[in-house]
Design a protein around this ligand. Structure first.
Ligand SMILES: *Cc1c(COP(=O)(O)O)cnc(C)c1O
Length: 246
């Protein structure tokens, strides 16, 4: 087996193990292989060993790599392209054109621009709202640092999610969060748990039957995220090794 194949199987096994420990079905968890900074050749290698969901966090990379991968594999490869990074408003058209799932919607302006562009190109984009739960990680994400006690934060999240759910071209698929770096496992797990509880609260408020999906967990913390209900884990280094900085 190649290194990539070995790592892939290790990650799949870890997902399965932690899903079973949490009494969950491993099939309910999508592994998004984060290929940011890696060349198209790496994506093709990952495809050959069985990966189908790829995550990019820069619009330029998505725009450059997707056509090259499709040129190599054809349009019906079964690949799903996830855009996982913060999106600048001048780059929304790239994600409207080349993204299949968007994980980091954090502003109404972005939602409106995407919706308009999706109406024009006839595409459809399942979308996760990015929430800032921990307050430590970064400034990105809708402020939910104190959602349990703050009626105004809850109102803002509810209004934003309703707007997104009603915009043509966008579907509200779920919530996304990032855990703080290098924190104690208990704290990281609390951030994931609070995100899940927020998703449950929101679905109940809105009367949704279907639970919201949860995009949470990266190389260092995806087992904890699975224990707290993650449906999408975004894993880069555990599959591909350390990235070269760019
Ligand atoms: C880079 C990145 C990941 C993957 O991080 P790893 O530590 O390599 O697993 C996940 N989510 C987002 C938003 C990222 O930018």
């Amino acid at each position: 087996m190649t290194t990539l194949e070995t790592r892939y199987h290790d990650v799949l096994q870890t997902i399965q193990h932690h899903a079973q420990r949490a009494n969950r079905n491993p099939d309910d968890i999508t592994l998004v292989a984060v290929t940011k900074t890696w060349p198209v050749a790496t994506i093709l290698e990952a495809y050959a060993v069985g990966m189908r969901h790829f995550g990019e966090n820069r619009a330029e990379e998505l725009e450059e790599k997707r056509p090259q991968v499709e040129a190599a594999l054809g349009p019906d490869s079964g690949i799903v392209w996830h855009f996982i990074g913060t999106l600048q408003s001048r780059k929304t058209n790239t994600v409207a054109d080349f993204g299949d799932v968007f994980h980091a919607l954090d502003r109404l302006k972005i939602a409106n621009r995407l919706s308009k562009q999706l109406k024009e190109n006839g595409r459809h984009l399942p979308t996760f709202l990015e929430l800032n739960i921990s307050g430590e990680m970064s400034k990105s994400g809708v402020n939910a640092t104190n959602w349990e006690n703050s009626a105004s934060q809850r109102a803002e999240i509810r209004t934003f999610s309703e707007t997104v759910a009603s915009l043509p071209g966008l579907t509200l698929q779920g919530l996304m969060t990032m855990a703080p770096w290098e924190a104690e496992p208990e704290l990281i797990r609390t951030v994931f748990r609070r995100t899940r509880l927020l998703a449950e609260w929101l679905a109940e408020e809105r009367g949704w039957e279907r639970p919201l999906a949860l995009s949470m967990g990266m190389t260092d913390d995806y087992p904890l995220a699975i224990a707290e209900g993650a449906t999408h884990v975004r894993v880069g280094r555990a599959l591909f090794g350390e990235r070269q900085t760019h």
